[in-house]
Design a protein around this ligand. Structure first.
Ligand code: AMP
Length: 209
């Protein structure tokens, strides 16, 4: 099963990808996670990507295409995979097609911009271990302190409201056209905002079956 999760930043792609990976027994490939690891490790790719990511812009296609082609050639991808956050442009989608990859389903998670803004402004992450919280939906036991390791909870640099706005603009301009791209290939499935993580997973699994 080869699957793409499409949706705005903060639509819940990462959360759903983790659940689906468990359910379907295939890996999740997130270019955002690969890039954040590269930045942490100070690799040349990470250094190139950092300024784009901090500003909420897309990392250039050639960098992403290199990363994803390399990753999909690894043995754990042989039985299929879930792509989270890639492709994000028509050029990336065309590169995957040129590599001979055909997707079974492209799930578009539809969440209104206002809801995204609300969700992202409440997201907090632990600066030490990376655990994720939300001030109202998933609050820590003690305000500002990580339940797991006691680290300080901070706002991700690219979750600042001005940056989220930019990321949404980029999403509508560069990524949303992928819906028509995959619709014309007969693989687009749209999922509305179901209001809870569980209801969304169920809706996604229903369209895959
Ligand atoms: P994410 O964790 O998916 O929200 O990605 C965080 C940031 O990484 C994005 O705002 C982009 O700067 C960069 N990024 C991740 N995936 C891609 C991609 N497929 N194309 C371009 N930039 C990406």
């Amino acid at each position: 099963m080869k699957l793409i999760l499409l949706g705005a930043p903060g639509a819940g792609k990462g959360t759903q990808a983790a659940i689906l990976a468990d359910e379907l027994g295939i890996p999740t490939i997130s270019t955002g996670n690969i890039l954040r690891a590269a930045i942490k490790n100070g690799t040349p790719t990470g250094m190139k990507a950092k300024s784009y990511m901090d500003a909420g812009h897309l990392v250039p296609d050639e960098v992403i295409i290199g990363i994803i082609t390399e990753r999909l050639a690894e043995s754990d991808c042989a039985k299929g995979y879930i792509l989270d956050g890639v492709p994000r442009t028509i050029a990336q989608a065309e590169a995957l097609e040129r590599a001979g990859i055909q997707f079974d389903h492209v799930v578009s998670m539809e969440v209104a911009d206002a809801t995204i803004m609300e969700r992202m402004s409440g997201r907090r992450v632990c600066e030490k271990c990376g655990a994720s919280y939300h001030i109202t939906a998933v609050p820590p036991k003690v305000e500002g302190v990580c339940d797991v390791c006691g680290g300080k909870l901070v706002t991700r640099k690219d979750d600042a409201p001005e940056t989220v706005k930019d990321r949404l603009t980029v999403y509508h301009k560069e990524t949303e056209p992928l819906k028509d791209f995959y619709k014309s290939r007969g693989v687009l499935r749209s999922i509305g905002d179901m209001g809870s993580v569980e209801a969304t997973s169920k809706a996604i699994l229903d369209v895959l079956r």
